[in-house]
Design a protein around this ligand. Structure first.
Ligand code: SF4
Ligand code: SF4
Length: 403
């Protein structure tokens, strides 16, 4: 009984933590909304570089999909590409995606997964103790069995940033072997930080087929990033965007900016083949599908876009520039902590926030010995406050966070 009460208490605390960012329209249960039965062919689509895959402009980043029915509904609504990761729910998400697509013609959907190598240091974007190709291949094989598929369409190397990492001989060898063995059709990188450097390296490699990059209306140096995207697209790399609506929620004012306008902004760049949207409800799915049917920004959407850019500061969007790490005497992995914060408050995904924090070495009171924060954040975040807030998740046992 005592344990049950504790569980209830912790659940309420978790809901309190993530509920502050509740977004109207995401709360309706899946059952109350039926997906339209449009076909893939009806949705506006672009070709994903040299892969030749024709994909709708919206794809599904499945971290927020908690049941197989939602995956199947998205497929029936016309979504073709599904992106999961080994670290979403510690592999549980890959199982959900595989089960949701079970029995469908294998050539009617595209599945990708992000497989992070062991021993990768997020703070430096490197492998301090080297990279083990065999261990990586084994890890990717684990994904196949969780999806219950003979092959996936993409294996992505996530958190790619540094050129030396993207071009690491061991990484290229492992990726090449996975492709050669038919375990994946294509290989790629996923990059949250140093996107320009990662994209340029991927382009120069002449090996990678796809790149998933963080592409947001608040991204600094968007013009030089756009040039790198154009060079990658020219070289045949299929580029997809993620984290596009990160920052759409203004935590100070509680205002939710116009996400359609923000998504349309990204799709004005025709070198972006599709946006990987982390949808968590059928309403959101239907809204996205409506949005891609007319990419022209209306007068009102242009105004909304302007407002979102001016008013929201940097919202929840961390540039992942890593410039805060050397400023912090404790060398905290602040970019990863900020991602966890965004998952909790922006995506309301406490489980993903928890797992993101679990992957890094973080005490329960990480800023305890620091009276004044030394970090001058590029996005003007109150870093200490955010860290102290999200670090509370460290007190939540894994059992309580699981859905
Ligand atoms: S300086 Fe700010 S924007 Fe840059 S990685 Fe650190 S927290 Fe994110
Ligand atoms: S308060 Fe700022 S400088 Fe101090 S440990 Fe926390 S993040 Fe680092």
């Amino acid at each position: 009984m005592e344990n049950r009460n504790r569980r209830q208490f912790l659940k309420k605390s978790i809901i309190g933590l993530t509920g502050a960012a509740m977004v109207p329209g995401t709360l309706t249960s899946y059952a109350s909304v039926s997906a339209s039965k449009s076909t893939v062919a009806n949705l506006p689509a672009r070709v994903l570089g040299k892969t030749g895959i024709r994909t709708p402009l919206i794809s599904f980043g499945t971290s927020g999909a908690l049941d197989t029915g939602f995956i199947r509904s998205a497929y029936e609504a016309g979504i073709k590409m599904f992106f999961s990761a080994t670290y979403y729910g510690e592999g549980k998400n890959e199982q959900i995606v595989g089960a949701g697509l079970k029995g469908l013609p294998r050539d009617s959907f595209i599945v990708g997964t992000a497989v992070p190598p062991d021993g990768f240091d997020n703070r430096t974007g490197t492998f301090p103790n080297g990279f083990d190709p065999d261990a990586y291949i084994k890890k990717a094989e684990g994904s196949l069995s969780r999806f219950n598929l003979d092959y996936v369409d993409f294996v992505l190397f996530p958190f790619a940033g540094k050129r030396e990492t993207v071009l690491n001989e061991g990484v290229l060898k492992a990726m090449g072997q996975l492709k050669k063995q038919g375990k994946t059709r294509f290989i790629g990188i996923a990059s949250h930080s140093d996107m320009e450097e990662a994209l340029t390296a991927a382009t120069d490699s002449k090996v990678y087929d796809v790149a998933m990059i963080s592409y947001n209306y608040k991204t600094r140096n968007i013009y030089s990033l756009n040039s790198a995207v154009a060079r990658a697209a020219e070289a045949g790399i299929g580029v997809v965007a993620m984290k596009t609506t990160a920052g759409v929620y203004n935590e100070k004012s509680g205002v939710q900016y116009n996400s359609d306008a923000i998504l349309k902004w990204a799709l004005q760049n025709e070198n972006i083949s599709s946006i990987v949207s982390g949808m968590s409800s059928l309403e959101q799915l239907q809204k996205n599908i409506q949005m891609i049917k007319n990419l022209k920004l209306s007068e009102q959407e242009l105004k909304d876009l302007n407002l979102a850019g001016i008013e929201s500061g940097h919202g929840l969007y961390c540039q992942q520039c890593r410039q805060c790490i050397p400023q912090c005497p404790n060398h905290l992995d602040i970019p990863t902590i900020m991602r966890s914060y965004m998952y909790a408050y922006g995506y309301r995904n406490a489980e993903q926030a928890w797992h993101t924090l679990a992957d890094i070495d973080l005490s329960r009171n990480p800023c305890g010995n620091c009276e004044t924060c030394k970090v001058n954040c590029l996005s003007s975040f109150d870093v200490k406050n955010k860290i102290m807030d999200i670090a509370r998740l460290k007190d939540v046992p894994e059992d309580f966070i699981k859905t």
